[in-house]
Design a protein around this ligand. Structure first.
Ligand code: KPL
Length: 294
């Protein structure tokens, strides 16, 4: 498991119960810290101390599969590490549209692909909180890995429909992540009557552009799915809100940046998404302590 963020830890902890699993951290120092173990709070509220082997990128042993669960800006570094370790394939389950970047960085002649997951986790007061087991979709070539994930309590399916699931996950992230980051509200806040019309406007604006990239449910069905994700993760801080608050780089490029590029390629303006893109970029700067340009 390359990427020991909240979701990476949950996946590693669960997989370790059914198959030998290790985490790969960004450095040897970080690996030593994490090797001490971490507290995992299950969706039921039960808490356990988890220890899985953790390695720095240079020490990690070869593996059958490498699963990448990093933030967008770390995609290339993680794909290079994963590509060097995995004998059978590299699968990313991270947010954002990064399939081509992963393939380019992981190296030729390997099975490298991106799936999608609605599993959710967050860090809270030093603990890793597993919010929802969700569902995970993998490309058909990763069927053996899907079986292990399901055994580990993370329901997963290897399906030819993975492209549709990836696009739908991107749509959810486009509607939820930048808005929660800019407004500084938990996911459930977007269900409030004052904010839901804005979610609807974002979906209506992006739908024609996303629909040129693959199969996508109609806007009302998509809104229904977004509503369900928001209800299931109502108390959650979205990953983009968490990144902004912590002064870390966000995934705005891999999420809204990708949509805006598709809009430009098709000659379609996306003023609402463009505005959110600019606001998140400005927030990143402010939280880094950099002055905004005149
Ligand atoms: O993927 C997510 C994220 O925060 O990145 C959602 C689905 C919005 C859950 O918080």
């Amino acid at each position: 498991m390359v990427g020991p963020g909240a979701l990476g830890r949950v996946f590693a902890a669960r997989l370790a119960a059914v198959v030998p699993t290790a985490l790969v951290a960004r450095s040897r120092e970080r690996a030593a810290e994490l090797g001490e173990g971490f507290e995992l709070v299950h969706p039921s509220g039960r808490s356990e101390r988890v220890r899985v082997p953790v390695f720095g990128p240079e020490e990690a042993p070869p593996a059958r599969w490498a699963v990448v669960l990093v933030k967008g800006p770390d995609t290339e570094a993680a794909a290079r590490v994963a590509g060097g370790l995995a004998r059978e394939g590299v699968l990313s389950l991270q947010n954002g549209w990064v399939r081509e970047r992963l393939r380019a960085a992981a190296g030729e002649g390997r099975l490298v692909d991106q799936g999608a997951t609605t599993a959710a986790a967050m860090r809270e007061a030093g603990r890793t909180v597993w919010v929802a087991a969700g569902e995970t979709w993998l490309p058909p070539a990763f069927a053996a890995l899907a079986e292990r994930l399901t055994e580990a309590g993370l329901p997963a399916a290897a399906t030819p429909e993975v492209a549709a699931r990836r696009l739908e996950k991107l749509a959810v992230n486009l509607a939820v992540n930048p808005l929660t980051a800019v407004l500084d509200v938990p996911n459930g806040g977007l269900l409030e009557p004052e904010l839901w019309p804005t979610v609807r406007d974002l979906v209506l604006e992006m739908h024609p552009v996303l629909a040129t990239r693959g199969p996508l449910p109609d806007p009302e069905t998509l809104l229904g799915r977004i509503r369900r994700v928001l209800a299931a993760t109502a108390a959650n801080t979205s990953s983009m809100r968490a990144d902004v608050r912590a002064g870390r780089p966000t995934e705005i490029e891999e999420i809204t940046g990708v949509l805006l590029a598709w809009g430009r390629a098709g000659g379609r303006a996306l003023p609402r998404h463009e505005a959110l893109y600019r606001m998140v970029r400005a927030l990143e700067q402010v939280h880094r302590g950099e002055p905004l340009e005149e």
